[in-house]
Design a protein around this ligand. Structure first.
Ligand code: 8X3
Length: 255
């Protein structure tokens, strides 16, 4: 029997994470899916299994920003993580658009803990395993906010700048091991992102009014493309804007 190829996707219960997991599944990957929302992950698992019953799914319902939870997940799942070929570090969020003097510190903590610390913690453990195997690919979900900054986005942008710097440093630390590191940097993608950021469904939807944003599937296809390049090819960074967006501050709207 052919051995399973394994991929891990964080934040797999919705949006880009779920779309990416779906595509990887269709490509024959068995999946380790992590998120905080157990029920949504279980529903997703059911749908995947109905489509391709011979592939395996392992669920990890934990909070990636909690170091002890990441450590215990990695300890418990040690044997399957040792076989991992693909890590998609998708879990992340934005909270708030207030300017620095008015911002809520809880929002900052949540972004810093998830987008930076969570991604770093998990990558620490998985990269060690990939290093031993001398193979693997780590795809980080950065953002155009990791290159450019906009008002009301100082901390979110800072977290994504951190992902960019971490991706660069990780690539240097893994040089010569065959492990690839990719930083995907999307602009406006319509998912739950803005609803979560603004804590309001209508305001979240209004962010994309009159323009055509990217979809989770657009980004998932791009991630898959980077993974499927030959092993000697590392797409280090990829900036993807919708056609209706020229920069983080220039959006064309038909209104
Ligand atoms: C999401 C893109 O422009 O809303 O990372 O910051 S943006």
């Amino acid at each position: 029997m052919q051995s399973m190829k394994w991929a891990l996707v964080t934040g797999a219960s919705a949006g880009i994470g779920q779309a990416t997991a779906k595509l990887l599944w269709q490509q024959g990957y068995s999946l380790i899916l992590t998120a905080r929302r157990k029920e949504r992950l279980q529903q997703f698992e059911k749908a995947l299994k109905a489509e391709r019953p011979h592939q395996e799914v392992v669920l990890g319902t934990f909070d990636i920003s909690e170091r002890t939870q990441v450590e215990s997940f990695c300890r418990i799942q040690d044997s399957v993580l040792s076989k991992l070929e693909v890590l998609v570090n998708n879990a992340g969020l934005a909270r708030g658009v207030e300017k620095v003097p008015e911002a809520r510190l809880d929002d900052w903590d949540q972004m810093i803990d998830t987008n930076i610390k969570g991604l770093f913690y998990l990558t620490r453990f998985i990269s060690e395993k990939m290093l031993k195997n001398k193979a693997g690919i780590i795809v980080n979900l950065g953002s155009v906010a990791g290159r450019w900054t906009y008002p009301g986005g100082a901390v979110y942008c800072a977290t994504k700048h951190a992902v960019k710097a971490f991706s660069e440093g990780l690539r240097m630390d893994l040089l010569g091991t065959g492990v690839r590191v990719v930083n995907i940097e999307p602009g406006m993608v319509e998912t739950e992102f803005s609803q979560v950021r603004l804590q309001d469904d209508a305001k979240g939807k209004a962010v994309y009014a009159g323009m055509k944003p990217l979809t989770a599937e657009d980004i998932a296809e791009t991630i898959l493309w980077t993974i499927q390049r030959p092993k000697h090819v590392n797409i280090q960074e990829l900036v993807i804007f919708p056609t209706d967006q020229a920069s983080v501050r220039d959006v064309h709207r038909n209104v």
